[in-house]
Design a protein around this ligand. Structure first.
Ligand SMILES: Cc1cc2nc3c(=O)[nH]c(=O)nc-3n(C[C@H](O)[C@H](O)[C@H](O)COP(=O)(O)OP(=O)(O)OC[C@H]3O[C@@H](n4cnc5c(N)ncnc54)[C@H](O)[C@@H]3O)c2cc1C
Length: 809
């Protein structure tokens, strides 16, 4: 709690200040970049590497700026007025005696940086001390985007051995990293001091036979490189650009995607790259499910202080929210008045929340209607399921604040281009709501349920501060349609049973893939929908120690149940189709996690994986799934757009029956699945807390699915020897890997093609397959609605829509 509190309390100005040169240098004026370089030879050499030279020094010997920030060069003092430091011959000068500090004066200064001129107004001391107080639960301000220095070089594959790296949780530029960067740049590490290196990505690679390494992508200021070679400029000539190893850093983050497509961390083994419309496999670990809803960071201190503090913070929070709401509204009106427009967002999953955020920030009046409960109460409902087997059909692992992504693994990996500006925007928001900053650079960012629950409270407070009305425990039963246009929704309060008609200019539908009642309602209105392929199979579970050993060999002990230097081991497996057999993938791998029931109906059983931030459980689970499509759905509804839903439901009912009811999961050892026999007792231990029962899972799916899974298991055991060990247990069934339906939308406006005013978003609509992609889709649609309301063109969304869909197929 304290750590989270400290993180939340860190102000953006504090972050910004840490990027500035040391205070001692603030007294010295800085020069603009127009001054000629003092070392012409180096300049010539540099021109071979970089086009625009961003920084030139006026006079004096070629040397790195003393404060280590090559973007800001210090003017030499006029003769006779030197302060301290070395003179041109390198002799040390004595600093003049210190004068007493004058009364505090707040003076804004302009600093030239490679990204432009920045005006800096230091905070008065009393404000700085205030920002160090224990934090409130309110969201911190958005983290600054890591500015790509336009004069920077990007180095890939910078490897630091495991034994010297500080480990997975550290994202600082430590001395060994600095050494390695210097070695690659043929200069001395001492010459790369200060903020000249920034980490773009940090990953762990244990695939090779030799020692595991942390692999970094870093940006290094070009001016710093020049300065570092000032004494031996000929070394600059030896630096050769090489795509994928040493490149010019892209000028904007959109462009970063290309160079970073590969992920050295992935532990990926397989027979080729197979695409699934979801998030990547990776995941996280588990503590026992906490059944209390008390997850808010709480300040522990003397009662009086705490009360005062909380009151003060409340005032501050309101002021901040009002300020941000009014400034956002100001922006919104500048493009056309949309202040009177109303939107209903149905569902508070990642898609719904990010759509609501985009709309509210533009000044639109938003109501979020969520059938499930806020996280505090949702935790209790999930507790009732796990302890008393009592399923609340509207508040469970799939339904409630944060949607299916809350009691999840919280992997933030995505297949839609992890460095695209939209993905980075979502990650920055998550940091703003309390996520750890390292998700911005981690090769496989991950949150875990414990963090997600806390972050969602901050997200909610932020939305409410923007004027969003959050209505939990209320379900949208129907749409209001007038002359083919959706103009509102019929909303029922689940505790009182009272229904009301809410009208709106736009209804944003982000109900997730489990809301089968909504699909049926849409079908009744002839909203255009189409069948969509998805994947089905089982969730396999192994002891985490086995996976650590297979993946990390003698370094497996470094995992230390999530506390060690290396990430808890994961895997991504893929087998391609062969003969009549289809491809098969591992999906949503949860290292150190647990298998959980994700049913929304007591007659059906489906499972998924979740974990906590430390990934500390003794199990590793992952879905092993095979694509299914229209031909598989023929006997379940033929051409109906909902035939895939019927297929899912039928498999889930079979699984519930095989388990004997009461959410007991049917299981089979992987080896027995291959042999087609019932697994004998004793069964391997399972993290699934509602009990398991031996069953013939090999008889559950259509033959082609079973045959494909068998072939893949054999292949996976070759790729990861021990994968089909006696402890490997298949749990039934994994059917909700993505939506079985696509609600068709207009590529330009992103509205339903058949029903204008209706905006289907996220996973349930068939446009996303994970937390991040759903959030991106929600944000994108929210922005499209704003553009439509302002009467602006929609070309950009059209282009992006097809790009986005292509990434998902
Ligand atoms: C156990 C589990 C683990 C997962 N782990 C990961 C992971 O690690 N990483 C990852 O990227 N993805 C993960 N996923 C998938 C991810 O959660 C989803 O892709 C994502 O949440 C989809 O977002 P969404 O907003 O489109 O829909 P959802 O998150 O499903 O949200 C839909 C919301 O709509 C509400 N709703 C439905 N019908 C109505 C109605 N009629 N009226 C009002 N409200 C309604 C629901 O209650 C729900 O809260 C996991 C999913 C599960 C179930």
């Amino acid at each position: 709690m304290e750590a989270l509190g400290a993180a939340l309390g860190r102000s953006s100005s504090g972050l910004f200040e840490s990027l500035l040169p040391p205070a001692s240098l603030h007294r010295t004026p800085f020069l603009p970049p127009s001054h000629p370089l003092p070392f012409p030879n180096a300049s010539e050499n540099l021109s071979k590497l970089s086009k625009p030279l961003l920084l030139r020094c006026s006079a004096g010997p070629a040397r790195a700026p003393p404060h280590g920030n090559p973007s800001v060069w210090r003017r030499r003092d006029p003769p006779g007025q030197e302060t301290s430091g070395s003179d041109a011959e390198g002799h040390h000068r004595r600093a003049p005696p210190r004068r007493p500090r004058p009364p505090q004066q707040i003076v804004s200064r302009e600093i030239w940086t490679p990204s432009g001129v920045v005006k800096v107004t230091p905070k008065p001391d009393f404000q700085r001390s205030r920002s160090r107080r224990p934090p409130s639960n309110s969201p911190r301000s958005a983290p600054p985007e890591r500015k790509v220095d336009p004069g920077a070089w990007r180095l890939y594959q910078v490897k630091v051995p495991l034994d010297v790296d500080p480990g997975k949780d550290d994202i600082s530029v430590h001395s060994f990293l600095r050494e390695e960067v210097a070695r690659r740049l043929l200069c001395k590490a001492e010459r790369l001091q200060g903020d000249v290196i920034s980490i773009v990505r940090k990953s762990f690679d244990a695939r090779k036979k030799e020692k595991p390494v942390f692999v970094y992508i870093v940006d290094v200021s070009a001016a710093a490189v020049t300065a570092a070679h000032s004494k031996a400029p000929h070394n600059l000539k030896k630096l050769k650009m090489k795509p994928g190893l040493f490149e010019r850093a892209p000028a904007d983050s959109e462009q970063t995607t290309k160079g970073l497509e590969y992920d050295v961390l992935s532990n990926e083994v397989g027979e080729g790259s197979l695409e699934l419309d979801g998030y990547d496999d990776t995941s996280d670990g588990a503590l026992p499910v906490r059944l209390t809803g008390r997850t808010a960071p709480r300040y522990v201190g003397p009662r009086k202080d705490r009360d005062e503090l909380e009151a003060e913070e409340e005032v501050e929070r309101r002021e901040e929210s009002e300020e941000s709401a009014s400034s956002s509204r100001g922006d919104a009106t500048s493009g056309g008045s949309i202040q009177k427009e109303k939107a209903i967002v149905v569902g508070s999953g990642p898609a719904g929340l990010f759509a609501a955020l985009a709309l509210a920030e533009a000044g639109i009046k938003v109501t979020v209607v969520e059938r499930g409960q806020p996280v505090e109460r949702r935790g209790r409902d999930i507790g009732a399921l796990m302890v008393r087997r009592s399923l609340n059909a509207d508040s469970n692992y799939c339904y409630g604040e944060g949607g299916a992504g809350t009691w999840s693994d919280g992997k933030l990996t995505t297949r839609i281009g992890k460095n695209s500006e939209e993905v980075r925007e979502v990650l920055r928001k998550l940091v703003q709501f309390g996520g750890p900053e390292r998700i911005l650079v981690d090769g496989k960012p991950h949150l875990g349920t414990d963090r997600l629950v806390r972050m969602l409270r901050a997200f909610r407070e932020h939305l409410e501060g923007l004027g969003v009305e959050m209505r939990f425990g209320e379900i949208v039963d129907d749409l209001v349609i007038q002359s083919g246009q959706v103009t509102g929704a019929l909303v029922r309060n689940l505790s009182t049973g009272a229904s009301e008609v809410m009208s709106a200019d736009s209804v944003v539908l982000g109900v997730g893939h489990s809301a089968r009642d909504v699909y049926t309602m849409l079908e009744g209105h002839e909203v255009h929908m189409a069948q969509k392929d998805f994947a089905a199979g089982f969730r396999i579970e192994h002891p985490q120690a086995l996976i650590d050993r297979i993946q990390y060999r003698e370094w497996a002990d470094s995992v230390d149940r999530g506390r060690g230097k290396v990430p808890v081991a994961d895997y991504t497996l893929a087998a391609q189709e062969r003969g009549d057999n289809r491809s098969c993938f591992s999906f949503c791998m949860c290292p150190g996690g647990q298998v959980v029931p994700t049913s929304t109906n007591a007659d059906e059983l489906c499972v998924n994986g979740m974990s906590f931030s430390r990934r500390a459980s003794q199990w590793a689970n992952a879905a092993l799934v095979v694509p299914v499509s229209a031909p598989d759905f023929v006997e379940f509804g033929g051409d109906s757009p909902l035939a895939g839903v019927a297929f899912q439901r039928a498999m889930e009912r079979r699984a519930a029956a095989m388990g004997g009811g009461n959410f007991v999961a049917p299981v089979q050892r992987a080896a027995d699945f291959l042999d087609g026999v019932l697994s004998a007792d004793p069964l391997p231990s399972s993290s699934y807390r509602l009990g398991v029962r031996s069953a013939r899972l090999d008889e559950l799916y259509p033959d082609v699915v079973t045959a494909s899974l068998r072939q893949a298991l054999l292949a996976f055991d070759k790729m990861m020897p021990g994968f089909v060990s006696p402890d490997a247990l298949l749990h039934g069934v994994e059917t909700r890997t993505s939506a079985p339906v696509r609600i068709e939308r207009d590529p330009a406006t992103l509205q339903s093609v058949s029903h204008p005013g209706l905006y289907p978003i996220g996973e349930g609509a068939g446009y996303a397959g994970g937390i991040v992609s759903s959030a991106v889709d929600g944000m994108r649609v929210g922005n499209a609605i704003v553009r439509t309301m302002r009467g602006e063109g929609a070309e950009s969304s059209e282009a992006k829509e097809s790009e986005f869909e292509a990434a998902l197929v």
